[in-house]
Design a protein around this ligand. Structure first.
Ligand code: UD2
Ligand code: MN
Length: 605
């Protein structure tokens, strides 16, 4: 009896191994290619859809969520039945206290198949109970700050979803139910954006009836995208505050009170929790950084950056105080319901995914509001390395149309900068009619983007009239400084500062800003850096995350053409070996030819 199935399995072995081997080949080739791009080619690689995930200087894992396109080939394929099945089968204690789930070797193949469906470990998720416990990651003081919560405004929690897994969706819902004071939680609103999964239809309607909190379900038969879906939820809500969550979140204790407390104090403050990380493989709950804020890069992608200088000092004075942030990630925030309408909710012309977070961020700040992160509020979000769903209308066109709209409405002359360096956005620019949003901007008497850069995002690295923007060229070698390439999915571009052939076209990798304070910055808040005090003869110059400290300050001498590292009073020079790999160093200023640099300004509008 037993022999039958086992023998059958043996025959299947080659069939199973082949896809795995293919997967491995595709993956290694991809990694190989990424690491072996010759310097001259670097600038032509499109990095615009890449997900950034790296460990920063403080040893904190930083993950930035944005669309990165289809992942490695769908091998092995998940069958239709698998996609439509709800195999939620909780195992007692799995994922308890936010701990990782370990999958046995015998289940690995199934795990990989299921992974493709949502681009996270569905097998692991399906084993974790919907009401799993999570660590209380807040600072101790937070526990006693919100005891008068019965005086706070009430809330409607709005969760939009498209083809979400049952276990992640309802773990989100249950974490809201279990960890929100019932008095403050008026209702939960689930907005289905035309999901196709069978279990998200009638079974969901039935299940929702059993929940102890009023839960509305709004359905779409046609895909509307997350902006319209959220607006539908907002239109049907009764809470005084709207709280938006992605459909794969887990809220921890105190998350809601601390958000609502701030809105009670000031209804024009839009607040975000600290977004912790639910690991896409193990579903471990990982506490995330607090000394960062949200901003963007030259490609208009949302990014977390290290704080420095005044901002950092302010934050360290009271680590439970809400602190402001130039932009929000977009998925997790709370806003006064009426204020949300007053400032123009969302740009309804934004389709499917992307851009709405920056649009809302600029609008709030420029039109008289504030965005803050509340350190006593922690919510986990499942960050994925790629997007699992389709983009009707095409990913490039959809995403860049949304981003072009952001630029055209809010960024003034910096819109020109964006279009100049971004071909995809340039291609869809003319198709955008933003007149109603420009009218809104006028009606609300919003401030301009320059004000935003000067007053809100004080550590920005965009070009401006009062700073240099362009190439930094070594006179002797006739080569240009370039931004190092990060490894795909692993590192922030960090490395030894190197020279590269000066490119004929203006490419972002050769563009640097030099601020009045002497920071030499390029896209993604990356700075030219050398040790503050020369130690043990180590004089290598690096390009790494800006920390706005003295070690990253430089001075350019127009006359002598020397580029001086301020704290050491040493000169930027080519490594003595003159080898590409050895990059740049700082050394005693002797006015040699390799110590002469030209700042070649490039027009940016
Ligand atoms: C981030 C945000 C996300 C959104 C996005 C930019 C966080 C943690 N997440 O990407 O909320 O601001 O940036 O647009 O800040 N969905 C639909 N219909 C669609 C597409 C998506 O309902 O056509 C849902 C989806 O099921 C999910 C939510 O919208 O619940 C956000 O989508 P995501 O999780 O793919 O976005 P994410 O986290 O990569
Ligand atoms: Mn998400």
């Amino acid at each position: 009896m037993l022999g039958g199935p086992i023998r059958k399995c043996r025959k299947l072995w080659p069939l199973l191994i082949l896809p795995l081997a293919l997967l491995l080949i595709v993956f290694t080739t991809k990694t190989y290619l990424d690491q072996n791009v010759s310097p001259q080619k670097i600038g032509f690689r499109s990095r615009t859809h890449q997900q950034e995930e790296y460990v920063d200087r403080n040893g904190i894992k930083v993950v930035v969520g944005h669309y990165i396109g289809p992942s490695v080939k769908k091998l092995p394929n998940a069958s239709r039945d698998m996609i439509n099945a709800n195999d939620f089968a909780p195992v007692r204690g799995a994922g308890k206290d936010g701990r990782p789930v370990v999958i046995q070797p015998k289940d690995l193949l199934k795990m990989q198949q299921l992974f493709q469906i949502n681009r996270f470990n569905l097998l692991a998720s399906d084993r974790i109970p919907l009401n799993r416990s999570l660590p209380d990651v807040r600072r101790k003081k937070c526990r006693y700050l919100y005891e008068d919560y019965d005086t706070y405004p009430s809330s409607s929690v709005i969760i939009v979803f498209h083809n979400e897994a049952w276990s992640t969706l309802f773990r989100t819902v249950w974490s809201v139910i279990n960890r929100s004071p019932r008095e403050l939680l008026k209702e939960i609103i689930l907005v289905d954006d035309a999901s196709e999964r069978e279990f998200l239809k009638t079974p969901l309607d039935e299940y929702v009836k059993s929940l102890p909190v009023t839960t509305k379900v709004i359905r779409n038969s046609k895909r509307v995208g997350l902006v319209k879906a959220r607006l539908q939820g907002a239109a049907r809500s009764f809470g005084e505050v709207l709280v938006f969550l992605d459909a794969h979140c887990e809220c921890t204790r105190g998350w809601l009170e601390s958000l609502l407390a701030r809105i009670k104090q000031d209804r024009k403050t839009v607040v975000c929790p600290v977004i912790d990380i639910i690991n896409d493989d193990s579903f471990a709950y990982v506490k995330s950084f607090e000394l960062h804020w949200g901003a963007l890069n030259w490609n208009l992608q949302f990014r977390w950056y290290t704080l420095g200088g005044r901002e950092l000092k302010k934050r360290k004075m009271d680590t439970t105080e809400p602190f402001f942030t130039p932009t929000m990630a977009g998925g997790l925030f709370a806003v006064d319901r009426e204020y949300f309408q007053e400032i123009g909710s969302y740009d309804e012309e934004m389709r499917i995914w992307g851009g709405e977070n920056l649009e809302l961020s600029f609008r709030i700040w420029q039109c008289g509001g504030k965005i803050e992160i509340v350190p006593c509020s922690h919510v986990g979000h499942l960050f994925r390395k790629s997007s699992p769903y389709t983009f009707p209308g095409g990913i490039t066109k959809t995403l860049y149309s949304n981003l072009a709209r952001v630029a055209l409405v809010w960024m003034d002359e910096w819109a020109e900068f964006y279009f100049k360096f971004n071909e995809n956005a340039r291609n869809v620019r003319a198709d955008q009619n933003v007149s109603s949003r420009l009218e809104l901007r006028k009606r609300l008497k919003c401030k301009n983007f320059e004000w935003y850069l000067d007053n809100v995002w004080t550590q920005h690295f965009f070009p401006k009239k009062d700073r240099f923007f362009g190439r930094i060229k070594n006179l002797e070698e006739d080569l240009c400084l370039i931004k190092p390439l990060g490894k795909l999915n692993s590192n922030q571009p960090t490395g030894i500062a190197k020279l590269n052939e000066c490119l004929k076209h203006d490419m972002i990798i050769e563009m640097f800003v030099m601020t009045k304070e002497g920071f030499v910055v390029t896209d993604d808040s990356i700075c030219l850096d050398a040790p503050e005090k020369e130690t043990d003869g180590v004089k290598t110059v690096r390009i790494m995350a800006c920390n706005w400290a003295n070690r990253q300050k430089w001075k350019y001498n127009e006359k002598t053409k020397e580029f001086i590292h301020v704290s050491n009073n040493l000169c930027l020079d080519v490594a003595p070996s003159k080898k590409y790999e050895d990059g740049l160093v700082i050394t005693k200023c002797m006015n040699t030819d390799t110590q002469k640099w030209i700042l070649e300004a490039v027009p940016w509008t």
